[in-house]
Design a protein around this ligand. Structure first.
Ligand SMILES: [Zn+2]
Length: 465
């Protein structure tokens, strides 16, 4: 397999540290709000990468963090605690907020057929790991204390700007513009490892430490969670392109200073999803979540299809009209699969099966070219091979694509009538304020594989896989 490595800025052959085994780390969500579909694009890319590696014969051990310790709005020690902001907005404790949005995140992932990594761990569960790492960094002279906080001294790492390719002189100005109270830092790019004294004293989660009661910097969690579950050598580290600087640059600095050797060989980054105004973010425009798309009647898997149509390293422009085009392509693809006729006495044509399987592998081997992988699928469907071979190839490719190509979302007439009468029954229960009964009916429907949603136009339902 060849992949683009952000560290070397080249497409290069992928060679893991141990043959056939891949240790992969992916940065997880910050759980103070719903994920927006731009974030979810990155998780789709990482899911396809993991599944492709598995498909190509590697055994992948993947780890992901959940950022529940309030991480600040930028790298400096200003900004506000996002967790606390979420808690105040919703009148819940920070821990309740974190749990709620963690669950929401994994529900989104499930709807998008994104597999859960083998290890998922909360940042707040690793405080003692951070303290150990920071103590060693202080001992070895990579970190220093100033104004009650512990900072990492980036001047100690000559390769600090290698991943981002940034020019330190340009950055000095940018960082200084951004932060007006970093006079305690030795270099403007130094980043916090532990805070006991922040300009904004509204951090809700705090722990005791050798440097006083406080909380960890954001970057320290990924280094520790990765090392905790995957050991000292990492094959692939992924994230969104906005993580390259400072987050991943800081992860490399502190991990390599701590370990005393190179940490991770391949860094892969998913590009932005843009809207009409530019980069999609939580702070501007319509807040596009998967739930919003579902409310508007979109099948989550048509969004997955939309993402797979383009390369993960290309910026993708989102608009409802482009999503609509993906919806009709995805629907017609599913119809083509549905219309494959299989005769029971047919045999799989092994030669054709292997030829197309190899083409599919070639597309994935080419830095995860999912658009070409889809093209191979269309070639299979268009070809005149027998139905059984076609069907087996679709099943085989769908291990990576995860578009539920062989599953039907259609509901037969009997089930439809039953669902409609249960929805009516639930409506009556709600009118009588018998919410217990209403919830019970919702749960019964869920057990039958039916998801309902109350909208202004009434209750709608869909079959869940
Ligand atoms: Zn991270």
């Amino acid at each position: 397999m060849k992949v683009y490595n952000t560290l070397t800025k080249k497409v290069e052959p992928f060679v893991p540290n141990h043959p056939n085994e891949v240790k992969m780390y992916t940065c997880g969500p910050t759980v103070y709000d719903y994920a927006h579909i731009g974030n979810l694009r990155t998780y789709i890319f990482e899911d396809v990468l993991e599944k492709s590696l598995n498909y190509l014969g590697y055994s992948v051990i993947r780890t992901m963090n959940i950022t529940d310790v309030g991480h600040l709005s930028n790298d400096s020690d200003d900004g506000e605690d996002k967790m606390l902001k979420g808690a105040l907005r919703e009148k819940k404790s920070v821990y309740e907020i974190a749990q709620f949005y963690t669950d929401a995140f994994f529900e989104d992932c499930q709807k998008l057929n994104i597999a859960k990594p083998k290890y998922v761990s909360k940042a707040s569960d690793h405080i003692s790991d951070y303290i150990n790492m920071i103590e060693k960094l202080l001992q070895d002279g990579y970190a220093y204390q100033a104004n009650g906080n512990v900072y990492f001294d980036v001047s100690k790492m000559p390769h600090y700007y290698e991943l981002s390719g940034k020019n330190p002189d340009d950055l000095k100005i940018a960082v200084r513009d951004d932060v007006d109270h970093d006079t305690y830092k030795k270099n403007p790019a130094d980043f916090g490892l532990w805070f006991t004294n922040s300009k904004f004293n509204d951090q809700a989660m705090k722990w005791d430490s050798p440097w006083g009661i406080g909380y960890p910097g954001w970057h320290i969690e990924c280094s520790n969670i990765a090392i905790h579950f995957l050991g000292e050598y990492l094959d692939i580290h992924c994230g969104g392109i906005d993580n390259i600087f400072p987050h991943h640059s800081n992860e490399i600095a502190q991990s390599e200073a701590y370990l005393g050797h190179k940490w991770c060989n391949y860094w892969m980054h998913g590009e932005y999803l843009n809207d009409e105004t530019g980069k999609m973010s939580k702070s501007k425009g319509e807040f596009l979540t998967l739930s919003l798309l579902i409310q508007k009647g979109y099948d989550p898997l048509s969004y997955r299809y939309f993402c797979l149509e383009s390369h993960y390293r290309k910026q993708l422009a989102f608009s409802y009209s482009s999503l609509d085009r993906a919806v009709s392509s995805y629907q017609s693809l599913k119809n083509k699969v549905k219309n494959i006729t299989v005769n029971e006495d047919e045999k799989i044509d092994e030669t054709l099966f292997q030829t197309y399987q190899q083409k599919f592998k070639d597309a994935l081997n080419d830095d995860l070219n999912t658009a070409n992988a889809l093209t191979v699928l269309y070639e299979v469907l268009k070809s005149n091979m027998n139905g059984k071979t076609k069907r087996e190839l679709v099943k085989d490719f769908d291990q990576v694509l995860s578009l539920s190509l062989l599953e039907s979302n259609e509901i037969d007439e009997d089930l439809k009538q039953k669902v409609l009468s249960m929805i009516e029954e639930r409506k009556l229960a709600k009118q009588k304020k018998d919410f217990e009964k209403a919830d019970e009916i919702r749960n019964q429907l869920k057990e039958m594989g039916i998801q309902i949603k109350d909208t202004r136009e009434g209750t709608i339902f869909e079959k869940i896989n």
